[in-house]
Write a protein that binds this ligand. Structure first.
Ligand code: PGA
Length: 249
């Protein structure tokens, strides 16, 4: 059985005091709820403060990016061991905003995924198609390609630690979510692609999230799907009540 994983991607929001307030608000209402794994993905500057607050709980911590080198002269970058040091369990890799605005490619996604695993951090690898690609009927081939390239060279023994987030770009921050059936189909294709690379048993252990305008009122539709094991939530994770209502769908 795959444990559902619901992660709140805060993007470039929340100062340290704001981060603490949000985490306290969520933890208060979360109680001992263990049915889903909850993960906070604050900006780098709030990782430490969030870690302090979630210590002793089963809530996980994720960064939103990392560099693939162990260390070096890379001004402004953060190395895997630095994130491990702060207690990160996960790191988001290849978010469409990083692909679109910061030159992330399938190749750098792959390097980062391997570097994260080598440091003992589970990558949450994002894949997704644009509206033009969807309308041109390229969704399946593109998602398969992104998945294969992201996972190239990863050890079979590591694959169960990987989380994939299917995030159609046209659904991110737009209020236009996909629907359960369409998202389930693409997540099934991702699982079949992983099975082609690593075998069916391995593929059955990988958790695949849906992301893109997930809200309290549509989370159940996605979580009811057999291939969807969680959600990567942006806007609706920035406020304790809406995030809790998603977690406890
Ligand atoms: P959204 O963002 O929930 O605000 O659409 C999702 C994401 O970018 O991970």
């Amino acid at each position: 059985m795959r444990k559902p994983i619901i992660a709140g991607n805060w993007k470039m929001y929340k100062t340290v005091p704001e981060a603490k307030e949000l985490v306290k608000g969520v933890l208060d209402k979360l109680g001992a709820y263990e049915q889903v794994e909850v993960v906070f993905c604050p900006p780098f500057t709030a990782l430490s403060a969030v870690k302090e607050l979630i210590k002793g709980t089963s809530v996980g911590l994720a960064a939103q990016n990392l560099h693939w080198k162990e260390e070096g002269a890379y001004t402004g970058e953060i190395a895997p061991a630095m994130l491990k040091d702060l207690g990160c369990d996960y790191v988001i890799i290849g978010h469409s905003e990083r692909r679109q605005y910061f030159g992330e490619t399938d190749e750098t996604v792959n390097l980062k995924a391997k570097a994260a695993l080598a440091a003992g951090i589970s990558p949450i690898i994002c894949v997704g198609e644009s509206l033009e690609e969807r309308e041109a009927g390229k969704t399946n081939s593109l998602i398969k390609e992104q998945t294969e390239k992201a996972l190239a060279g990863i050890a079979a023994s590591d694959i169960a630690k990987v989380v994939i987030a299917y995030e159609p770009i046209w659904a991110i921050g737009t209020g236009k979510s996909s629907n359960g059936q369409d998202a389930n189909e693409v997540c099934g294709l991702i699982r079949a692609t992983i099975a082609g690379l690593f075998g069916a048993d391995a593929a059955n252990q990988v958790r695949i999230q849906y992301g893109g305008s997930v809200k309290p009122n549509n989370i159940k539709e996605f979580m009811d799907q057999p291939e969807i094991d969680g959600a990567l939530v942006g806007g609706a994770s920035l406020e304790a009540d809406s995030f809790i209502n998603i977690i406890k769908y």
